[in-house]
Ligand binder design. Sequence first.
Ligand SMILES: [Zn+2]
Length: 76
Amino acid sequence: MPPVRCFTCGKPLGHLWRAYWDRVKSGEDPGRALDELGVRRYCCRRTLMTSITYAEHLSKYYSLTRESFIGAGEER
Ligand SMILES: [Zn+2]
């Protein structure tokens, strides 16, 4: 789940999350992407970087949950 704000300092980060994620997926260095987006404080950088890992883990379980949900609705 994308963070709306930094957990430590409260800086709004929700509008940066998509841009950061797109840059990292296209192969850009995460530290460089954060520099260019203007995220300088290490608490904010930590919040954005760790949310990516969390989202990747969630997406694995999302596909499992979705398939089992669809499978449960089929008639046998
Ligand atoms: Zn912060």
